[in-house]
Design a protein around this ligand. Structure first.
Ligand SMILES: Nc1ncnc2c1ncn2[C@@H]1O[C@H](COP(=O)(O)OP(=O)(O)OP(=O)(O)O)[C@@H](O)[C@H]1O
Ligand SMILES: O=C(O)C1=C[C@@H](O)[C@@H](O)[C@H](O)C1
Length: 367
């Protein structure tokens, strides 16, 4: 496929043209978004013929791949809910990956002539290229595709996860600077939840203008007591995404409160945290004031000490979002290149795994 054509194909109003992908560069990876429903743009299944491979869902683990592929095949062939009104499926496939893993293939020509749906459905196929093995000149359109794909995937994933949440709050835990505020705001918007920052709630309760002021004027223990009290009050509420303070994990009682909802650990390597914090300064983070040296070294030294002190406290969370793992999945070398949206998608995937795991356990208990 020519790089330039990808952009056109990503235009939601653009009808998928089979001839557009005949020159696929072998080894390139694609994301295919299959959408059906009232706003679909392709009139009949014939429009996607002779479309072939559907493989590897975006951002999911190896073991989930085959399941997702099969679910799409199933839904495409018998018209299950997944392709029902308004449903959206996202799949990534690669020619190389298909051969290597010997994954099943959906051939759209198989769909022709079958009475797949009781009445004509509309399906839109959008094809984009992630350019993993393509020339560097693709960078500009790569960004375009990445954000387009991510926004759609985020929307789709949050719609899938929301029913399992049943209004339970999400508590984001992680070291300072791990992105709890940034990712939390994205999640709250997508899920239709409110966003709250427990540090801000403590500031309001104490009547201080900053956490740094509370530490200076009243000491850390006063801050911690107020933090626990705010978490207790939050534990009685619903439909919130809460960015907790970096140290909220050290008191066991806080876990009791946070576990009323779903706890999610944003696990970011210390070097990346130090880089972020050095970029914005340490003024608002009193625990980082004690070291000397340049901003990055100061932050890294203090973060390393805190991380050792806290040991495995963060690992008590129900779901772990490891930026290192996301980077591997997406083939990114530098985790600084991961967008907050990609991290929010991973958070939803991990929340879904946790909640579905719980469901499975409940089913097993009653069967
Ligand atoms: N994925 C990301 N890539 C690059 N920078 C990011 C990313 N996520 C957050 N940041 C930046 O890192 C800094 C810290 O992010 P944020 O405030 O969301 O973290 P936090 O966990 O809420 O921090 P704290 O616990 O100290 O309040 C901000 O400057 C933010 O813009
Ligand atoms: O990691 C920590 O202990 C802290 C993180 C911040 O969010 C604030 O809650 C406070 O600066 C303490």
């Amino acid at each position: 496929m020519e790089i330039g054509k990808c952009k056109d194909l990503m235009d939601p109003s653009h009808r998928f043209k089979p001839e557009s992908y005949t020159a696929d560069p072998v080894g390139s990876e694609y994301i295919v978004i299959v959408r059906s429903g009232m706003d679909g743009v392709i009139q009949t299944l014939d429009d996607i013929e002779p479309f072939t491979v559907f493989l590897r869902p975006f951002l999911d683990t190896e073991s989930m791949d085959a399941k997702c592929v099969l679910s799409l095949q199933f839904s495409a062939c018998v018209g299950s809910e997944r392709l029902g009104t308004g449903a959206t499926g996202f799949l990534q496939f690669s020619q190389r990956g298909r051969k290597e893993r010997n994954l099943p293939i959906l051939n759209s020509s198989d769909l022709r002539g079958r009475s797949v749906w009781s009445q004509p459905r509309r399906i839109a196929l959008y094809l984009s290229c992630s350019y993993k093995n393509s020339p560097a000149s693709a960078v500009e359109s790569e960004n375009f595709h990445a954000s387009f794909d991510e926004d759609l995937i985020l929307k789709n994933k949050s719609q899938e996860v929301a029913p399992y949440l049943s209004g339970r709050c999400i508590y984001l835990v992680g070291m300072m600077g791990s992105g709890k505020t940034t990712v939390g705001k994205i999640l709250s918007k997508e899920l239709g939840y409110s966003f709250l920052d427990s540090d801000k709630l403590v500031e309001q309760a104490v009547g201080a203008t900053s956490v740094a002021q509370i530490f200076k004027q009243y000491g850390e223990s006063c801050f911690r007591d107020n933090e626990s009290e705010e978490l207790r009050k939050l534990s009685l509420r619903h439909r919130l995404v809460v960015a907790t303070g970096g140290g909220a994990v050290i008191r066991p009682i806080n876990w009791k409160y946070m576990k009323q909802g779903i706890t999610v650990w944003l696990d970011v390597p210390l070097e990346a945290l130090a880089k972020r914090i050095a970029a914005v300064g340490t003024d608002s983070r009193p625990l980082l004031h004690q070291e000397s040296g340049d901003a990055y070294t100061k932050a890294l030294m203090r973060l390393s000490m805190l991380s050792e002190e806290r040991g495995e406290a963060y690992a008590n969370a129900d779901a772990r979002v490891s930026l290192g793992h996301i980077a591997v999945k997406l083939g990114q070398e530098d985790i600084s290149d991961l967008t907050p949206t990609a991290i929010a998608i991973e958070a939803l995937i991990q929340i879904e795994h946790f909640l579905k795991g719980k469901d499975d356990m409940a089913i097993a208990r009653f069967s």
